[in-house]
Design a protein around this ligand. Structure first.
Ligand code: MN
Length: 530
């Protein structure tokens, strides 16, 4: 797909013709009105930015043009493509909101204004950085489409970073790694995350980049012939067993993702098993498990490496079966088995639910996207926001409307010291962007928590009352100590008594800011009452 192709990477740094037809061709069967709208925005944007030049020496419009093109090719609606083409006209070309509204209507004017707000804050130093992080979330929570425009905008900027003056470059690179890529990840947009990371990695950490590049090469990461051989033999084996309509593709690990993993594995590349992966894309969930059976029958799997993200999806909605096999020629390869739908979602996440079909039924598309987000909104965020309706409704039903609550609450996370931006940033990152585990209630509801959370975190994530009245916990049916670190997939039952109350020692046994804050606040109130 265009934004992720070598063609797009080349177009970012070389002069292009910038023909409006390129955008229209990438759209999914646009009608006459849609075509006219795109053409009008194209003319408008080109005129607005006339005479302006980018650091690269390209005409300024080259940047919004590519942003619009990226949006078109990932299947976004005409309004979103227009917002991409015009996303910088308020900020950089002195076009007013009123003019945009008059020319293009309220929806487009709002999208452009939203994108402008996000880009408006300049990120100098940590204090500003943190503030803009919040703005980013807050604005997003008003309209998820704005973030998709902004991610594509950032992707193009990330690819042209070498032209930006050095003192700005590092800031933009770090911001991309710490803010934009994690958001893309949280929205399930795996491809966007990877492209953002790999585009800015050399600018953010030049020494580390060179080191990782060398390690990758020395480990044979570039030996594509070997990968191709394995690819072929897996393909023919699956076909031999009669699985129909399957596709396979190679995936080579992104260098930034490899860097993060090397850091966790003492820089020992032999401990990394997914340098290469082979994706096997099939028609049905049943076929996924059939293929798993076939490959395990033919090649020796590495123990402990089978991960079933179909039964237990990741917090961002990612679904797939992973396993790692010895290929017989001394290599190891990861297999990722999934359906077409899962593959689309893994690459485009929320955008795959926004995509513009035959009819421009935006409302319908929007609700599908929101439904998709909701399936993995952390329950505790709603509890944290004192949304007690959740307890009556049960955790799987959510309020109507198009606001993805988890993003909104990120912007207003209570209990975190806002005067200390460093701590704030750390809390945001450690609470939301670190790896998470899924814990089940006895009823089968899922709560997602940071790694090493305890039954106390779990109790407070359900409700503060349950935390405050906790007397014990059963993990998988067995009584367990309150500080026991929970493991992915554990079923936890909290035992309560009306007479019970929290203990100060609990604070040290918790991982989440929510639990610590609730315990402190209970103890404080108790003291004041005495
Ligand atoms: Mn821009």
């Amino acid at each position: 797909m265009y934004p992720f192709s070598t063609e797009a990477k080349k177009a970012a740094i070389e002069p292009t013709k910038m023909m409006v037809e390129e955008i229209i061709e990438l759209m999914n069967a646009p009608d006459k009105d849609a075509k006219n709208l795109i053409e009008k925005a194209y003319q408008f944007g080109q005129k607005a930015h006339e005479g302006q030049v980018r650091y690269s020496g390209q005409p300024y419009f080259h940047h919004p043009f590519e942003t619009g093109k990226y949006l078109a090719s990932i299947g976004m609606s005409p309004n979103m493509i227009v917002a991409g083409l015009l996303h910088d006209v308020i900020e950089d070309a002195n076009v007013s909101y009123a003019t945009l509204k008059e020319e293009f209507g309220t929806d487009i004017a709002n999208l452009v204004e939203g994108a402008t707000k996000l880009g408006h804050v300049r990120y100098y130093g940590l204090r500003r950085h943190t503030e803009s992080l919040r703005k980013l979330f807050a604005a997003t929570s008003q309209d998820v489409r704005v973030i998709l425009v902004k991610l594509m905008d950032r992707l193009h900027n990330a690819r042209t970073l070498q032209f930006v003056p050095e003192h700005k470059r590092e800031r933009i690179a770090l911001e991309t790694l710490e803010v934009y890529a994690p958001i893309a990840d949280r929205l399930g947009m795996g491809l966007v995350k990877r492209e953002l990371e790999d585009a800015v990695f050399p600018h953010a950490y030049p020494k580390e980049y060179k080191k990782v590049q060398k390690i990758f090469k020395d480990a044979g990461g570039e030996d594509l012939r070997r990968l191709e051989r394995i690819h072929k033999s897996v393909r023919s084996k699956i076909a031999e067993y009669g699985v129909k309509n399957f596709q396979t593709t190679n995936r080579i690990k992104g260098l930034y993702s490899l860097y993060r993993k090397l850091e966790r594995k003492e820089w020992d590349v032999t401990k990394i098993f997914d340098l290469w992966a082979l994706r096997i894309i099939v028609d049905s969930v049943a076929d996924c498990y059939t293929v798993l059976g076939i490959v395990h029958g033919e090649w020796r799997p590495l123990p402990g490496r089978v991960k079933d993200y179909i039964a237990f999806p990741k917090p961002n909605g990612y679904r797939s079966i992973h396993t790692t096999i010895h290929t017989g020629d001394g290599s190891i390869i990861e297999l990722q088995i999934r359906t077409k739908e899962m593959n689309r979602e893994a690459q485009f996440g929320i955008a795959s639910h926004f995509s513009y079909k035959e009819s421009e039924d935006l409302k319908k598309n929007e609700s599908s996207a929101v439904r998709w987000i909701r399936q993995f909104i952390p329950l505790r965020l709603r509890v944290e926001a004192n949304d007690h309706s959740i307890l009556k409704e049960g955790p799987r039903t959510y309020t109507n409307g198009v606001t993805p609550d988890w993003i909104k609450h990120m912007a207003e996370m209570p209990g975190i010291d806002e005067t200390d931006p460093k701590a704030y940033l750390h809390d945001i990152k450690s609470d939301f962007f670190s790896h998470r585990i899924f814990i089940f209630t006895p009823r089968g509801d899922v709560i997602d928590l940071p790694i090493d959370s305890s039954p106390i975190d779990f109790a407070y994530a359900i409700h503060s009352e349950i935390g405050n009245q906790m007397t014990g916990a059963k993990i998988n049916g067995k009584l367990a100590a309150l500080g026991t670190p929970l493991k992915n997939g554990d079923i936890v039952e909290i035992l309560t008594s009306e007479k019970a109350k929290p203990n100060r020692k609990w604070i040290g046994m918790t991982k989440t800011t929510l639990a610590k804050r609730q315990i402190r606040s209970y103890l404080q109130h108790e003291q004041e009452a005495m």
